[in-house]
Ligand binder design. Structure first.
Ligand SMILES: Cc1ncc(COP(=O)(O)O)c(/C=N/[C@H](C(=O)O)[C@@H](O)C(C)C)c1O
Length: 384
């Protein structure tokens, strides 16, 4: 369960039984014809896959960069999260579970878990920091409408980190008929591997689609924003063997002021343990987790999936930061130039092509548009 020096299962002994059961079920169920057929059909019929790639003629002309987007925002429920929740939901159903438990910050993972539960005739229980319940009210309303039980978490900083801790406790209490549908490519083994398994469809499709549209050429650069790391690892995985393709992950620098709280553990974090994994973390030298910040709730996380720490360690992927203002600028530019409203999280990846345009002149840049921005329209009065 390691990616180089990172990963593992650093959790209380008590939590091992459900993880062992999950790993056994992965090995038994995922290769089965029944799972593969049902999953492929649901991705096609219920999610609307394959998601297309879109060339951006106006942004490309203005930047001098050939900008392409992988449209995970067009999936049913509005983000890449559904790839993972449908995969884990079907796996859990075939394990005989009845309840899907999830944590959420931006709410997109909570919505995607609720959608999967509804489609599969299961119950959804969503843990959400009390701060995020307010910040992402549209998603809370969607979850309630689709029948989810929402648990507002009042402990700690009342954001994602605390929701994960409370959800893990609940899983421990109800492990018999409950599956913890982890929302990102982090957490204890086997979650980083399981989430990558379901998200790598992003690059499996995008690689072929790009080559079909570019006389067999690969993109020069592939970019994705990094919160816990699931859309990014999905976007990177099938390009890792292609040495000509530069791989870039974009973390959130928050306000960008010196000493401010951000969400960039790969940029300046240190090795540590959080949520059952050894990875890069924003923490004090005593190991206290620092509060994170980003205008994008989905990137507001002080840790990162272990495979990203490994890809950085071996130099296969480069990780840069984009601050709130740069992300909001990209949010506005893509909306105005191409009529596509991106999620604030995905705006960080688009901002990379804008902020690094000098070094990208004439290059093809394929950006994972992880979600749509309907949930973020509340910030309009700040930016328009
Ligand atoms: C549209 C969109 N894009 C990117 C992200 C970052 O999550 P990763 O792809 O797992 O790094 C997110 C993360 N959203 C989670 C959520 O909706 O609950 C997030 O807040 C946590 C699960 C990490 C997102 O909603």
């Amino acid at each position: 369960g390691y990616f180089g020096d990172f990963g593992g299962q650093f959790i209380p002994e008590l939590l091992m039984p459900p993880l062992i059961e999950l790993e056994e079920a992965m090995e038994r169920i995922l290769p089965s014809e029944e799972f593969k057929t049902r999953f492929a059909n649901m991705l096609k019929e219920n999610v609307g896959r394959p998601s297309t790639i879109t060339y951006c003629p106006n942004m490309s002309k203005e930047l001098g960069v050939e900008l392409w987007l992988k449209r995970e925002d067009l999936n049913h429920s509005g983000a890449h999260k559904i790839n993972n929740t449908l995969g884990q939901g079907l796996l859990a159903k075939m394990m005989g579970k009845e309840v899907l438990l999830a944590e959420t910050g931006a709410g997109m993972h909570g919505v995607a878990t609720t959608v999967a539960a509804a489609m599969l005739g299961m119950k959804a229980v969503i843990y959400m920091g009390a701060t995020d319940v307010v910040r992402q009210a549209p998603n809370v309303n969607r979850m309630r409408l689709m029948g989810a039980e929402i648990v507002a978490v009042e402990s700690g900083t009342k954001t994602l980190k605390d929701a994960i801790n409370e959800a893990l406790r609940r899983w421990l209490a109800d492990q018999e008929n409950t599956h913890y549908c982890f929302g990102t490519a982090a957490g204890p083994h086997p979650f980083p591997k399981l989430v990558r398994e379901f998200q790598q469809i992003i690059s499996k499709e995008a690689r072929q689609q790009f080559m079909d549209r570019n006389d067999g050429d690969l993109p020069d650069v592939v970019v994705a924003c990094v919160g816990g790391g699931s859309n990014a690892i999905g976007m990177f995985h099938n390009f890792v063997p292609d040495e000509s393709v530069k791989i870039v992950g974009v973390e959130a620098a928050g306000t960008g002021e010196p000493g401010c709280h951000d969400s960039a553990p790969l940029d300046h974090g240190t090795d540590g343990i959080l949520h059952g994994m050894k990875t890069k973390l924003l923490q004090t030298k005593e190991g206290q987790i620092l509060p994170s910040h980003s205008v994008a709730p989905g990137l507001d996380y002080p840790g990162v999936g272990p495979e990203h720490a490994h890809l950085q360690d071996i130099g296969r992927a480069e990780y840069v930061t984009v601050n709130d203002a740069q992300a909001i600028n990209a949010f506005k530019m893509l909306s105005q130039r191409e009529g596509i409203i991106p999620a604030l999280e995905s705006s960080h990846a688009v901002a990379y092509a804008i902020e690094h345009k000098e070094e990208l002149q004439g290059k093809s840049v394929l950006v994972c548009l992880s979600g749509r921005g309907d949930k973020d329209l509340g910030i309009l009065d700040e930016i328009l």
